[in-house]
Design a protein around this ligand. Sequence first.
Ligand code: SF4
Length: 135
Amino acid sequence: MSATKIEWTDAVWNPVTGCDPVSAGCNNCYARRMATRLAGRYGYPKRHPFDVTVHPERLAEPLHWRKPRRVFVCSMGCESGPRRRPCNLDWVRSIRDQCQASGVPLFVKQLDIGGKVVKELDQFPEDFRIREVPR
Ligand code: SF4
């Protein structure tokens, strides 16, 4: 977890970094620019710093947080492109249930449903139509 200057969050947590650009909108990708700048440091591969990279050593970091905080998860990438890993909706359900049990707001931005990236809320299964924000 790292402190951040992003005004709407307290910290960023990046257990996965990198992405496969998916559209012309990606030409101005902040995360790609930053990863390129940090190539060879902070876990960004030297040769291809924006390749999707899992950082297993970071996965347990939230278990050690003592104080509540707003966290931007995976601010330095995402998995929308053709090399994304399969999304098991049961994993997302488990995260949803854990957030609800803990009173943590959850914002479901996109899902992979049957191998297709879906971003439109009305196309989500009803139990995933959740777009909460911290107060
Ligand atoms: S994170 Fe990925 S999908 Fe998002 S703008 Fe950057 S390259 Fe595009």
